[in-house]
Structure formats: C-alpha cells, structure tokens
Design a protein around this ligand. Structure first.
Ligand code: PBG
Length: 332
C-alpha cells in the first residue's frame, strides 16, 4: 500500500510558536528608524487639524516644542519640518527669510530637541510660492530649473543657519544636490547633511499633503517629478544624487514604489529612506474609521513592508504611535 510521502521540508516549523516567529523575523521595527513629518503654520496660536489627515495637525510655533519633545520621548530618529507661511509670492521669498516660518520653526525645534533627535527641514519652494510650484517660473510659466537652483542654495544657507542638520531636497530639479552641497561648503556648512528625495514620483498620493500645506498648485508637477511607470529612471535619479554628494537618498511615495526602493537599496552606498506619504496615511485611516480594516495591523504591515523592501528609515505620520506599539512589543 503506497501512502503519500510525508513532506521532509516544512517551513511551517518555524511559524509554530510566537517565540519561534519572533526569533526568525527578518524585519524588525525600531523607533530610531522612524522620522515624523511635522507641519508648522505661521500666524496661529493653537494647532489646526488637517481634515484630510485625521489625527495630524498643523502645529503653531507654540505647540511645536511639545511635538518635538513627544517625538524625542518616543525615541524617534528625527523630525522633518514643513512650513506653512501666511504670505506667498512668485519667488517664494519666505523660504529665504531668516524670519520665515520654516527657519523660525527650525530654531524652535532645535532648542526643544536638545540633541535628542535629528532636526531636518524640507527644502523646496512649493510651500512658499503663490503658484504652488517647487521652483520659480520663467517668462513662459515653465519651472526654471537653473534659476531655482539659486533659490535652493540660498534656502540651504538659511536652513543651516537656523540649525537644520539634514536638508531634505524635495524639489526634483536637476543638479539640486550639487548646487546645495557647493553652496553649503562655500559658506562653511561642511557638516550639514543632504537628503535627496531622489526618486520622487508625480503621485496622486500627495493629495492630503497639499491640504496640509494649503498649496494652491496651478497645473501639475509632471515636468519635474517622475512618471509613475518608470522604474529604471528612479534608480538613475538616485545614482545621480549619490554622485552629486547626497548623504541619504529617498524614494517617495513608498507603498506603490517598493520595486524602485528595492532597486535603490541594492545599488546604494548611502542610507536609503522612504516616505510613506499623506495619501498612504489617509487611506488606511479612512478604511479603519469605517471598520473595514484593522488599523494597527495595517499600519504595522505597511511600514514593515517598506522596511522589508530596503528602507533603512521611514518617514511616516504614524511615527510616534508606532514607536509606542514597538516599545510595547505589539509589532512582533
Ligand atoms: C514638496 C513635498 C511634497 C510632499 C513632501 N514634500 C508635496 C509635493 O511634491 O506635492 C508630500 C508629502 C506627503 O504627501 O505626505 N515640498
């Protein structure tokens, strides 16, 4: 009588108990690998909720120190600051004003952090321009790459003076890393690090963010952000930025671009981060609010997937809450 041979190889063996699963887990989450994006709005005294991002607020300068303190207490690796100015103009003057909201917020955050986490700043013009583009426009209304580089270089100096330790270049202009690196070095800011949003795709998932910074974008960003269908180009952008001197490269958004993230992680000699963007956040929050998805499990799985694909660190709006779950052992 012939019986079916018993399987000799049994992957399920290592899944049998929680202790075994924990021991063989390939991807652990740690608070130090998380960065919290923080919005700071000019001219308000109390935090303002962002409708399309339930649970996320625009901080005031008054509420910012507490937010930085909470992030540090949670053991996060850093905060990434975004400014929401009261007044915007064609050149984005507020970005290079030492008293502009982002530069003031940086000083406040640096003081509140007292070295406990890395204070980082978004280096882009879109929050500061009245047309909402990431650069200045030429006489035909197109984003002028090289004129924008001069603005970024000036921004970099102000952000460094304000104490930002790592500048997040998110504008997707050609040559931006080299232009900023040279400007920093010439001014003696040789220790200010540059994070390049290398592979930043023209994504629908930024929708809620535009609410968060009250962007009034005319047109779209497809002449400078990457086409969502292009994988090879994402890697190319990262390699160019590394060549120009980027200290960290990033892929953004994260969840829909895990292949690009894996490519960059395999090729990069510098740390690779990923940005889980506003739309990725709001989709899970919305589904959870309807009771259609287990919120905690979905959040943990989404961030773990990004780490598994190769991100050394993740920018996520859940950073503080997730860090708490990690500390409680809820993510294992
Ligand atoms: C540009 C910038 C954007 C985001 C971060 N930096 C918006 C854009 O390119 O339209 C999006 C972040 C998010 O959606 O969470 N300064």
């Amino acid at each position: 009588m012939s019986s079916t041979p018993l399987p000799r190889v049994r992957p399920r063996r290592l899944r049998e108990t929680p202790a075994l699963r924990r021991l063989v887990s390939e991807t652990r989450l740690h608070p130090a690998d998380l960065v919290l994006p923080v919005f700071v709005r000019e001219g308000v005294s109390a935090p303002v909720p962002i409708t399309s991002m339930p649970g996320v607020v625009q901080h005031s300068l008054e509420s910012l120190p507490e937010a930085v303190d909470a992030a540090a207490a949670a053991g996060l690796g850093g905060v990434m600051l975004f400014g929401v100015p009261e007044v915007r103009d064609a050149r984005g003057s507020g970005a290079t004003d030492p008293d502009g909201i982002l530069n003031v917020a940086t000083r406040v955050a640096v003081e509140a952090s007292a070295g406990r986490l890395v204070v980082q700043t978004d280096l882009c013009l879109d929050e500061f321009t009245d047309h909402g583009h990431c650069g200045v426009l030429d006489h035909r209304g197109r984003v002028d790459n090289d004129a924008t580089l001069e603005r970024y270089a000036a921004m970099a100096l102000e952000q460094s003076r304000a104490g930002s330790e790592l500048l997040g270049l998110s504008g997707m202009m050609d040559g931006q890393v080299a232009a900023v690196r040279d400007a920093l070095d010439d001014a003696g800011f040789t220790d200010t690090a540059v994070l390049a949003y290398s592979a930043k795709y023209a994504s629908a998932y930024y929708g809620p963010f535009r609410d968060a910074v009250e962007s009034t974008l005319e047109g779209d960003r497809r002449s400078y952000q990457l086409d969502p269908g292009n994988r090879r180009e994402g890697l190319r952008e990262a390699l160019i930025d590394i060549d120009e001197g980027a200290d960290v490269v990033m892929v953004k958004p994260a969840g829909s671009y895990l292949d690009v993230l894996a490519d960059v992680a395999a090729a990069s000699e510098v740390p690779v981060w990923a940005y889980q963007v506003s739309g990725e956040y709001s989709m899970i929050e919305a589904a959870a609010a309807h009771g259609w998805i287990d919120r905690k499990r979905a959040v943990v799985e989404s961030v773990r997937g990004i780490r598994r694909a190769g991100a050394d660190a993740v920018l996520t709006y859940w950073a503080v809450e997730l860090a708490e779950w990690i500390r409680n052992g809820d993510t294992e």
